[in-house]
Design a protein around this ligand. Structure first.
Ligand SMILES: [Zn+2]
Length: 277
């Protein structure tokens, strides 16, 4: 099987720039809104490439900018949920997680007419501390999740979780987990599939890694945020580690993304999983 025959999942975590930074949510109100411009820029890049993907939309964004959600759906993308408040799942109670999830699904269904079946947790925060989330996702009609990062990171990761899509049975429900894509190197899982990693590694390395994933017969999932194609978004003082990954090489993202969309076949995650079932 050649890599050309494999279709990968193109995904967007649809949130504004300050929502993707670990800062108290009470600070959000003071920051400049960029999501309409950056979101439309990303939609334009996808349209130009003829690429469709899955947009994991934050409920708080859908409530404030309903027209953006309608535009995403009208462009042929799959709309899925990124929860409501961008709080780490393991910092929520199961009841609050359920309330936020239901609220986000309700508004996204109302705006798009689509049945919402996909979920990605903020900061990939389904970890060993929050595995209870799968029961709730299944009970709320979610059939696939893409929140488990099989790596060790200071705020996310289940290091020894499976690296390829797998079924999770919980109670009377079953859902599919599409883990964030990694490659094996020196006995470790190395993240290669988007976000800061896409900006930090040279493009040739990302391309070679994704090719190797596809050559092994697997579909990868690639993820990006609207603020990553908006290099002019505000700079705020942050701890060094956070600032480095958030702002690193933003100016290169758009050019790299266009190359990626030429070099690989992509589809929404729901469609990729349907062909594997
Ligand atoms: Zn997010």
């Amino acid at each position: 099987m050649t890599s050309r025959t494999i279709t990968n999942a193109l995904t967007v975590d649809f949130e504004d720039w300050y929502q993707g930074i670990e800062i108290p949510h009470t600070e959000w109100e003071g920051y400049e809104e960029r999501i309409r411009e950056s979101g439309r820029r990303l939609l334009g890049i996808f349209a130009e490439a003829g690429a469709r993907g899955t947009f994991f939309v934050l409920g708080a964004i859908a409530e404030r900018y309903p027209e953006l959600v309608r535009e995403i759906a009208a462009a042929g993308h799959e709309v899925a949920t990124h929860g409501w408040s961008h709080t780490l799942v393991y910092q929520l109670t199961p009841q609050t997680f359920r309330d936020e999830l239901e609220r986000s699904i309700e508004i996204l269904q109302r705006l798009t007419g689509q049945t919402i079946v996909g979920h990605r947790a903020p900061f990939f925060s389904i970890t060993r501390q929050s595995l209870w989330a799968f029961d709730i996702l299944g009970e709320c009609g979610i059939t696939y999740d893409s929140s488990v990062f099989p790596v060790m990171n200071y705020r996310y990761g289940i290091e020894d979780a499976p690296r390829w899509p797998y079924s999770i049975h919980s109670g009377s429900t079953r859902l599919t987990e599409f883990p964030i894509t990694t490659v094996r190197l020196l006995g470790k899982n190395i993240p290669i599939a988007g976000g800061a990693y896409f900006r930090i590694y040279p493009y040739a390395l990302t391309k070679a890694a994704l090719r190797s994933v596809n050559r092994s017969g697997h579909a990868a999932t690639f993820y990006i945020h609207p603020w990553e194609v908006d290099p002019e978004h505000p700079r705020i003082p942050l701890p060094r580690r956070i600032a480095l990954t958030h702002y690193f090489n933003l100016a290169a993202t758009e050019r790299r993304l266009k190359r990626l969309l030429r070099d690989f076949a992509f589809a929404p995650m729901g469609e990729v999983l349907a062909t594997q079932a």
